[in-house]
Write a protein that binds this ligand. Structure first.
Ligand code: UDP
Length: 328
């Protein structure tokens, strides 16, 4: 059975990708320093604890497991923190990725699926965003991901390391079977915070800005189910293993929902009230982000199974309430 090195395999999206890999017949080897990841989220293959920057550890893990490819998720991902502490982001996300890429190069691994982001585009010049939109990130997080995309292109040209960079819109939801889910600390994302408010774990959700040029004045985002993201990673991996060229794909559902619509949907799905407090804008938030994922649908046959917002929130809610039951 072919092995795939999954950096950040103990994290939110990485753990869902490990499940999808296992279903597809691969053995995922999670490489994670467990700073933000959870050891108990690693259920579909071995866990190897280590830092991206620890080249000797990476070499030992790769030599032991002999992966045919890598999926690279390990990164810091708090936009606000990246603005106040950019060095932390460039060191881990860029320098750490360089360490990984050099290890892949030196071990003759020729395929890498990279966890990128729509934050590499910056403020949209037109919507929905397509892959050829200029990449002008407006925060160090987006810039760090953009730099890794560039390094990957250069490593292909020089060393034949082919890659697919998947630019996600807003990852949300949890494994429909309830086997893994979202667990950030601190939590900053809208849907888990809304569900905390629904569960009474937080007194309310604060709506960041109500004066945007959007239909109801709140920010509009394109929410994509994490399991649909995971499936896309497996398709990208298979394509690379069959010889596909380096490229980048958007991953979104192409439909935008406002913060108010998310809150309304969560109230409907959970049957609970979600108290909302109207607050000021959060720095660095573009009014609307919606992605066009036509290319990955056409070229890799990706088709989301859980695109409906009610379904996305329902799976997240099931995971949320499962945690309450003390099962984790
Ligand atoms: N948001 C909000 N209140 C919160 C957290 C987020 O109003 O407590 C808004 C945020 O301004 C953005 C949307 O919800 O417009 C999604 O934010 P999230 O942090 O989940 O994802 P991002 O779009 O930053 O990747």
């Amino acid at each position: 059975m072919s092995t795939v090195l999954v950096t950040g395999g103990a994290g939110y999206i990485g753990s869902h990708a490990c499940k999808a890999l296992a279903i597809a017949g691969f053995t995922p080897v999670s490489y994670d320093n467990l700073e933000h990841g959870h050891a108990e989220a690693v259920r579909w293959g071995p866990l190897e604890q280590g830092d991206l920057a620890d080249r000797a550890r990476l070499d030992a893990v790769i030599a032991q497991h002999r992966p045919v490819a890598a999926m690279h998720f390990a990164a810091y991902a708090y936009v606000g923190e990246s603005v106040t502490d950019p060095g932390k982001y460039y060191r881990n996300n860029v320098v750490g990725s360089l360490s990984l890429l050099e290890a892949l190069r030196d071990h003759g691994i020729r395929a890498c699926v990279f966890s990128s982001t729509c934050a590499t585009y910056g403020v949209p010049q037109q919507l929905p965003l397509t892959e050829d939109h200029p990449q002008q990130p407006i925060n160090p997080y987006g810039a760090s991901k953009r730099m890794v995309e560039r390094m990957l292109a250069d490593f292909d040209a020089a060393h034949g390391l082919r890659s697919m960079s998947l630019r996600y819109f807003n990852a949300a939801g949890a494994d429909p079977d309830g086997e893994t889910g979202e667990g950030h600390d601190p939590e900053t994302h809208l849907i888990p915070l809304v569900l905390d408010a629904a569960a009474g774990k937080r007194p309310h959700i604060t709506v960041f800005g109500t004066d945007y040029a959007t239909p109801d004045g709140t920010c509009v985002r394109d929410y994509i189910h994490v399991s649909d993201l995971a499936d896309a990673h497996v398709l990208a991996l298979r394509a690379l293993l069959e010889g596909a060229a380096t490229t980048a794909y958007n991953l979104g559902n192409g439909q935008g929902f406002s913060v108010r619509e998310v809150i309304d949907c969560a109230q409907r799905v959970t049957g609970r009230e979600v108290p909302a407090v109207l607050g000021p804008r959060r720095a660095g938030d573009p009014p609307t982000l919606v992605g066009d994922a036509t290319r990955i649908r056409r070229e890799l046959g990706w088709s989301p199974r859980l695109a409906d917002l009610d379904t996305i929130i329902a799976t997240a809610w099931r995971w949320h309430t499962r945690l309450d039951a003390g099962n984790r």
